[in-house]
Design a protein around this ligand. Structure first.
Ligand SMILES: C[S@@+](CC[C@H](N)C(=O)[O-])C[C@H]1O[C@@H](n2cnc3c(N)ncnc32)[C@H](O)[C@@H]1O
Length: 250
């Protein structure tokens, strides 16, 4: 898979995407991430990328043409047109389901806005999908783009040591992950749950599933209705909800 990031701050994106797991995956050619400076595609001597908004108002807007030239140069180089995503607080809020859907696409390009955002006609011209990282506003699209690129990259086979690493994590199956513990066995008077040191794999698995459902009910009850229910989950849910209710009724 290849991800192209269109930005005014390529060094910032390059630096983050060169570290740790993603950096290693890029070195090993498991994923290809390229950062492009939109300013390299300006057409006036001052290398302007922004201008004032028509109708007045605060701040500056990124002009359409430098972004279009940057994107079209990427299309020419790749000989395909990547799906163009614009990071925007006005987009649909990113979910793990969307991450998995995007990870199936061979070429995506991510546009980072800045200042007050980008000229609306650019978004229309390339039928951009708008994705938000949450209902708040940050200064620029770089951090949102890096979050999206990271989330997609880590579900590409070969980036993590095995698919199990992300298949058991929060949000993969709609639930939050169970609590985890490491050494020492006792820390400041708190012990690791006995089942985890029992060596009984079936019991451990069952405990983890129950804890995962319990945590989701406690912290994110809104997620439960979206979980793909199978008989096992329904049974565990019944059991836990019973205990959960009886606990709160005490
Ligand atoms: C200051 S914001 C512009 C906000 C815009 N004027 C609005 O009110 O919708 C500048 C850029 O940061 C990025 N951005 C800010 N908040 C974001 C969010 N929650 N999700 C994704 N991108 C965001 C976008 O690329 C945006 O173009």
């Amino acid at each position: 898979m290849r991800i192209d990031i269109l930005t005014l701050f390529p060094e910032m994106c390059e630096k983050v995407m060169s570290q740790s797991i993603i950096g290693r995956a890029r070195k090993n050619n498991v994923i290809d991430i390229c950062c492009h400076n939109i300013r390299d595609y300006t057409y006036d001597k001052h290398n302007r990328v922004d201008d004032t908004p028509y109708g007045g108002g605060m701040g500056m807007l990124m002009m359409a043409e430098p972004i279009a030239s940057c994107f079209e140069s990427i299309c020419k180089q790749l000989k395909v047109r990547p799906k163009l995503i614009y990071m925007s607080p006005q987009g649909s809020v990113l979910t793990q389901k969307k991450v998995l859907e995007l990870s199936q696409i061979e070429n995506i390009a991510i546009l980072c806005g800045h200042y007050e955002g980008v000229d609306e006609r650019l978004i229309e011209e390339y039928d951009c999908e708008e994705i938000s990282i949450g209902d708040y506003v940050v200064t620029g699209g770089e951090l949102p783009a890096l979050i999206l690129a990271d989330a997609i990259s880590r579900v590409i086979p070969g980036v993590l040591s095995s698919n199990e690493c992300f298949e058991q994590e929060s949000h993969y199956n709609g639930l939050l992950e169970y609590p985890q513990y490491t050494r020492p066995y006792e820390w400041r008077g708190r012990r690791v749950p006995e089942v985890l040191i029992s060596g009984h794999h079936k019991n451990i698995e069952e405990w983890r599933k129950k804890e995962s459902i319990k945590k989701t009910i406690e912290r994110r009850p809104d997620l439960i209705s979206q979980v793909d229910m199978n008989e096992e989950i329904i049974k565990l849910l019944d059991e836990i909800e019973f205990k959960y209710n009886s606990k709160t009724n005490d």
